[in-house]
Design a protein around this ligand. Structure first.
Ligand SMILES: [Zn+2]
Length: 98
């Protein structure tokens, strides 16, 4: 795979992972068409890979606040469970099946 194609795949993967694709259609809470808020580029690793991210928000500011809070909560839960899993892996004794 060429570097350009690889970068494109990485970008899509990143977007899907962040849930940005589903952000770009309608509000998950009220169903209104989301509006474009901002677009930015950021480095995602030490090799200098840059991805472009876009954020679309609900036109209803109060609704968006609630959605943001929900996403933040979901993100925190995911981080917590990942940390728990990492801890389990460390604590688990190595079992060697001969
Ligand atoms: Zn909304």
């Amino acid at each position: 795979m060429g570097a350009v194609a690889e970068a494109a795949v990485t970008e899509v993967t990143q977007r899907v992972r962040r849930g940005i694709n589903m952000w770009s259609t309608v509000c998950i809470r009220c169903g209104k068409q989301r509006v474009f808020l901002k677009k930015w580029k950021e480095k995602v690793d030490n090799r200098g890979t840059v991805i472009t991210s876009e954020i679309y928000v609900c036109p209803d500011k109060e609704c968006q606040k609630i959605v943001d809070a929900k996403f933040a909560e979901m993100r925190q839960k995911r981080i917590d469970s990942e940390q728990r899993k990492a801890n389990l892996r460390i604590k688990k004794p190595a079992v060697v099946v001969a």
